[in-house]
Design a protein around this ligand. Structure first.
Ligand SMILES: Nc1ncnc2c1ncn2[C@@H]1O[C@H](COP(=O)(O)OP(=O)(O)OP(=O)(O)O)[C@@H](O)[C@H]1O
Ligand SMILES: [Mg+2]
Length: 461
């Protein structure tokens, strides 16, 4: 990773290092760099001391807090020896001065990578191994956001009964995480019971959760234990908690506070020891605002809050998951699929996956069932909807601008249209569908905005 405000230096370093076989990302200021670093970890950083928005020292400081073992090589001007010393105190790996001496730079980079190879490997292994030990139906994610989730899971599974809230779009793997928490905890040998709060009418959900006494209501011919009781010492998973009726929310809050409750129609206080994991694909904050979800319960639930990112923002996971699904379905259906063509690979990676991992799993299941192996090909992926493809628009525009125009020409109207579409969508999302605000963000009047919303079929995403 190269962070330098001078474009010429960025280009020079990028070209030189790529020639040496490294892959390079470059950034011109501190904010963008730190933003990227919060999601990805490079192997080494070359960091300029003077940045437009903050000092290199500040970036170094934040960086070291995020990743203490990451080697950071400072780029300094001759006049900046004091600051270079300061940087070394902050645990910078080394520094090179401008004008950059190429040999020295390459030596420092190679040495920095070599000396930290062990730490890097250990970091990657420690992040994976223990949690997934003995678990072979879950593919660990490579993304930093998911690694952080695993880190938290590791901590809570050791703890007593911390309540966990798992948020994320449909199909991202919330159930999988809930199971993982249970399977890696001391509660593992006790029940894991789950209930979908959206699937049952209010009264049924209530007696399902809390149980009832004989005669509590017309159909209550016998006493019945609720899931909370049955899950004693184990875990109860409340899926789609956002759909829970307010009346039951009150009772659940009491369970969370006192770890006790009464059966429907009962007088006796029943004390239980369960871990409660709740999941939702709705935005609970807006449910709270609408008065459909109790604020006190929301805060009580999110003692630990895990936000599972959508598949489209963790692209490195797509291939390992695809390979895994190909393998299990091939085995199940006695077929052979053990290869993915490069073009199919590209399609899978560029697709937006609105249905996340579930959608990927389904398409692979369908393909293995209906098609012949051994290669997964683009024609097997025709069901994926065109509108859900991300093309790297900024990159393509930039390519057109910096390179000579190709002989076969470019599709100007299409390209400009795509750009317009993307920007209008962005403004519309940012204003949560408020047209006047979106128009203002785009410097358009509302009529022009409406015309474009219609033209591109834009809805809030
Ligand atoms: N890391 C993983 N490895 C293997 N399979 C996975 C992984 N994550 C998710 N899946 C599979 O993807 C599918 C969707 O996952 P899951 O049911 O956990 O999603 P969800 O977030 O609970 O969705 P919903 O909001 O619709 O309930 C499941 O079949 C699950 O087994
Ligand atoms: Mg689920």
């Amino acid at each position: 990773m190269v962070i330098d405000d001078e474009q010429a230096i960025r280009l020079f370093l990028e070209a030189t290092l790529e020639d040496e076989g490294y892959s390079v990302v470059t950034f011109g200021d501190g904010t963008d760099s730190l933003d990227w670093l919060s999601r990805s970890v490079p192997d080494l950083v070359l960091l300029d001391l003077m940045l437009p928005d903050m000092s290199g020292i500040q970036v170094l400081d934040s960086l070291k807090k995020l990743y203490p073992h990451l080697p950071v090589v400072m780029i300094t001007a001759y006049s900046q020896t004091d600051t270079a010393v300061q940087a070394m105190k902050l645990d910078a790996y080394d520094y090179v001065s401008k004008p950059i001496e190429l040999d020295r730079l390459l030596r420092v980079v190679a040495k920095g990578l070599e000396e930290t190879a062990d730490v890097r490997q250990r970091f990657q292994q420690s992040n994976q191994s223990d949690l997934f030990h003995g678990i072979n139906d879950v593919i660990p994610s490579q993304s930093v956001a998911m690694q952080e989730i695993y880190q938290v899971v590791r901590k809570i599974s050791g703890g007593p009964s911390t309540t966990v809230l798992i948020e994320g779009e449909s199909g991202v793997g919330k159930d999988v995480i809930a199971h993982l928490i249970h399977r890696t905890s001391a509660r593992e040998e006790f029940p894991f019971l789950e209930v979908n709060c959206a699937a049952l009418p209010e009264s049924l959900l209530e007696s399902e959760l809390f149980g009832h006494e004989k005669g509590a209501f017309t159909d209550a011919v016998n006493q019945k234990m609720g899931l909370l009781e049955l899950a004693h010492s184990g875990t109860i998973f409340l899926d789609e908690i956002g759909e829970m009726a307010l009346n039951i929310q009150v009772k659940l809050l009491r369970v969370l506070e006192k770890m006790s409750f009464r059966r429907v129609g009962g007088m006796e206080e029943i004390i239980v020891d369960v871990r409660i994991i709740a999941a939702t694909n709705r935005n609970l904050v807006s449910q709270v605002r609408l008065g459909a979800f109790r604020e006190d319960l929301y805060y009580r639930l999110k003692v630990v809050d895990l936000m599972v990112p959508p598949l489209r923002s963790r692209k490195p996971d797509i291939m390992p998951l695809t390979e895994y699904f190909l393998k299990i379905y091939s085995k199940q259906m006695s077929k052979v699929f053990h290869e993915i063509s490069p073009k199919a690979r590209q399609i899978l990676e560029e697709y937006n996956w609105p249905g996340n991992i579930r959608e990927l799993k389904n398409i692979i299941e369908r393909t293995v069932l209906l098609e012949d192996g051994p290669v997964l090909k683009p024609e097997h992926l025709k069901k994926l909807k065109m509108e859900n493809f991300t093309h790297d628009l900024p990159l393509r525009i930039q390519e057109c601008l910096v390179n000579p125009l190709p002989d076969e020409g470019i599709a100007l109207e299409e390209l400009v249209g795509e750009l317009e579409n993307a920007l209008v969508q962005k403004a519309y999302d940012a204003s949560h569908g408020n047209q006047s605000l979106a128009a203002r963000l785009l410097g358009l009047n509302r009529d022009k905005l409406r015309y474009r919303l219609k033209q591109y079929g834009i809805k809030e995403s």
